[in-house]
Design a protein around this ligand. Structure first.
Ligand code: ADP
Ligand code: ZN
Ligand code: ZN
Length: 728
């Protein structure tokens, strides 16, 4: 019998022969306890062939008392490993029941069990205040003071900020001074968000009815395997998903609904729960093992037949899968940026095809790849009959200093007067947040990352967003001694300050990576924004994803074209999406609304067409451009990155990789090696391999990596292979 061990040793990335003890029933996909040296590790049975080698074989110690991986998912894991050029063990971990990471325990009756830890590690816990702190000791009072009122903060952050320890926090939790929870916004919380679930519409719009009929026919006839549901924001895509879910469940089949980020889509979740009841299970990669175990069991037992979750939910053990919905399919977070570097959209397509399930990709801004490949179903109008907002582009070269243009300031003041809400997206990429000397041009840089340090307040410091390096803000220039250090306060924090002056009466809710170090607090921040009264939600890309926010009458993108100065061939697509998606946040209840796009290059194609919400025109042009350059979907890419502390070694490995690809007979072209920013003191070189077929690009890349492996190992250079990269 052949077993794959769930360990990350490269030498063990192959099937191993084990003997089956007499009388032990171990079907394919079963988990077994395997002796490995003196340890027992979890293995997955992947073959029942007789042993091929002649050495002495060891027998497995026993079967692990947990469900076997269904064939469908085992095969999917192997496909992921092949397609994304990843070792098999991390791919199998995507489909094994929870706990397979942990220790194996032998019960008194001789069966092996996975130990599922009851409490999450500190990194996954959040702290809330629950009671008045009168009972607390002075030291506990100090710790409590570091927990903001009415909001959860990560336990790890509190340990750091209040100079305390996890055991202390656990004792405080036991004493009822704080609540210590898994940071997940679980279903109960989501209902408490105060975001009302819209009623079931009395009738579908004409476009919705057509879409539901088309999806129904595809479910019935098994063709086509996938559809694009292109609907402008507010067109009622969710209602179409709900009808499709009803249809597939009526046939006794299950479904998966993928969303880019579970905590940003509480409304979709509550709508599914409200309509489908307890049949809906939530699934994501940060669940505590016990939450995951419960969800896993409910799905395997058929108590739940619909899963909603972020990218890892594409691997959920839904029985008799009939439908996969990929909502907001344009979102880059569907691609995982650690091993295995899978793209949940591609995995969904593959799983759907193998399972005979329909895949519906929904978005207001389809990717060129999807637009090109799939049959489209279109929702042209907003469901409530309201008109899409007019978008005004403001040329920042004509504006005074400061991040907020005059037209935006006016619109915000109006919103404040009328008690309305605004959403402001700050496109971070390429934005100046640095400390710069006006006299000599000295710029505060990270000593190990080749990037400008970012200015933070509370406490004032300069920080590197790559490696976390920090230094105080200099009062005089370290280079020339001048005292005119310009603090580019144009990040989200600087914007927050500017807004506090422009609209002092509006509640400012900042949503970005630093304000939401914990996932749990995203829901809290959105709820705070949703509370009655004038408010501004400001932040990075995240704010464009917030689903269906109430009463927003002003939406703005600042520095909308910043991304265009970036070399990535998807820069145009991203800038365009950002504008259209942000516009979609405004006026969703039919209020008259203002959408403002601030740009330095207002004539840029992505900005112009974005402001016109001209999706088909943009995509057709984008496809024509990509056809010329043989970029996806007209060619396939594999990115190879070499990185390490030894600069010369990295450069040598980069060159060796290029040479390796040139000598092979693969029909590919190679771009690079291009230098990337140093990160954490590591030099990096990136190569892009392009082929007409993904198999060619991947084979060429892998052959070159294998050839360069000895020098990479000698020079301590790490090589990363990314198939279908989303950043290039
Ligand atoms: P999308 O996901 O396409 O942005 P939603 O599904 O969130 O849009 O729908 C937008 C709004 O329109 C929601 O408040 C929803 O309840 C409402 N809606 C959807 N379908 C209809 C319909 N047929 N008639 C009236 N209102 C509808
Ligand atoms: Zn200076
Ligand atoms: Zn750094």
């Amino acid at each position: 019998m052949q077993v794959r061990l769930l360990v990350d040793t490269r030498a063990l990335d192959r099937p191993l022969d084990y003997l089956v003890p007499d009388g032990l029933d171990v079907p394919l996909g079963a988990l077994v306890a395997c002796p490995l040296g003196r340890r027992r590790v979890v293995g997955v049975v992947v073959g029942d062939d007789p042993a091929t080698h002649t050495g002495r074989l060891v027998a497995v110690a026993g079967r692990v008392a947990t469900a076997a991986i269904p064939d469908e998912l085992r095969e999917l894991a192997f496909w992921v490993a092949r397609y994304y050029a990843a070792p098999v063990a991390p791919c199998l971990r995507l489909v094994v029941p929870p706990g397979a990471e942990g220790a194996l325990r032998r019960s008194a009756d001789g069966t092996w069990r996975l130990t599922v830890p009851a409490r999450g590690p500190a990194a996954r816990l959040v702290v809330r205040r629950i009671a008045d702190a009168a009972r607390a000791t002075a030291r506990q009072q100090e710790i409590l003071a570091a927990v903001p009122e009415g909001r959860a903060i990560p336990a790890a952050a509190l340990v750091r900020d209040a100079a305390t320890t996890m055991p202390t926090l656990r004792r405080m939790a036991d004493a009822g001074l704080i609540a210590l929870d898994a940071e997940l916004p679980v279903a109960g919380d989501v209902h408490g968000l105060g975001m009302p679930v819209p009623p079931v519409p009395a009738r579908l719009t004409a476009d919705q009815a057509t879409a539901v009929a088309r999806i129904g026919a595809a479910l019935e006839g098994g063709e086509p395997p996938a559809l694009l549901l292109h609907g402008v924001t507010g067109s009622g895509k969710t209602e179409v998903y709900l009808r499709a879910l009803d249809a597939v469940r009526a046939k006794g089949r299950g479904a998966i609904v993928l969303v880019p980020e579970i905590s940003l889509t509480p409304q979709l979740l509550s709508r599914l729960r409200a309509r489908l009841g307890p049949a809906v299970e939530v699934w994501h990669s940060n669940m505590t093992p016990s939450e995951r175990a419960r969800a896993d069991a409910r799905l395997r037992d058929g108590d739940a037949d619909v899963v909603v979750g972020a990218r890892s939910a594409v691997f959920a053990p839904v029985r008799n899968l009939g439908l996969i919905v990929v909502d907001e399919e344009h979102d880059a977070s569907y691609k995982q940026d650690s091993v295995p570097r899978y793209d949940a959209r591609q995995v969904a397509f593959r799983r759907g095809r193998a399972a005979g399930a329909l895949v519906v990709y929904g978005t207001a801004t389809p990717r060129p790849e999807t637009w090109h490949a799939l049959e489209r179903v279109t929702l042209r109008t907003r469901a409530d009959g309201s008109q899409p907002p007019a978008v005004r582009v403001v040329d920042m070269r004509t504006q005074g200093p400061g991040p907020v243009s005059a037209p935006l300031a006016r619109a915000l003041r109006d919103a404040a007067d009328q008690g309305n809400k605004a959403v402001i997206l700050l496109n971070r990429r390429g934005f100046a947040l640095m400390a710069l000397c006006r006299a000599c041009g000295w710029l505060a840089r990270c000593p190990s990352c080749d990037v400008a340090l970012v200015h933070h307040r509370d406490p004032a410091r300069l920080a590197c967003h790559h490696c976390g390096y920090e230094r105080p803000v200099p009062t005089v220039c370290p280079s020339c001694g001048a005292s005119e250090i310009l603090r580019g306060g144009l990040g989200t924090q600087g914007l927050e300050q500017a807004l506090a002056k422009i609209v002092p009466g509006m509640r400012l809710v900042r949503l970005d990576a630093s304000s939401t170090a914990a996932r749990g607090s995203v829901a809290d921040l959105l709820a705070e924004f949703a509370r009655p009264g004038p408010a501004v939600l400001l932040g990075t890309q995240m704010v464009a994803k917030g689903h269906d926010l109430p009463e927003v009458t002003v939406a703005a993108v600042l520095d909308a074209d910043a991304g265009l100065r970036h070399a990535d061939f998807r820069a145009e697509e991203r800038a365009f999406d950002l504008i259209v998606q942000t516009a979609g946040r405004a006026g969703r209840r039919g209020e008259s609304s203002t959408v403002i796009v601030q740009a330095w290059e207002p004539g840029a194609r992505a900005v112009r067409l974005g402001a016109d919400l001209a999706v088909p025109t943009f995509l057709d042009g984008e496809l024509a451009r990509r056809r010329d350059y043989l970029m996806p979907p007209f060619g396939h890419l594999v990115r190879v990155v070499a990185e390490g502390h030894d600069r010369d070694a990295v450069i040598a490995v980069g060159r060796e990789l290029v040479d390796g690809m040139a000598t092979g007979a693969w029909p590919v072209t190679v771009l690079g090696p291009a230098p990337l920013h140093r990160v954490r003191g590591r030099t990096r070189r990136a190569l892009l391999v392009r082929g007409d077929r993904i198999a060619d690009a991947r084979s060429a890349a892998l052959a070159a990596v294998t050839a360069a492996r000895p020098s990479a190992t000698a020079g301590d250079v790490r090589i990363v292979v990314d198939v279908d990269p989303q950043t290039t």
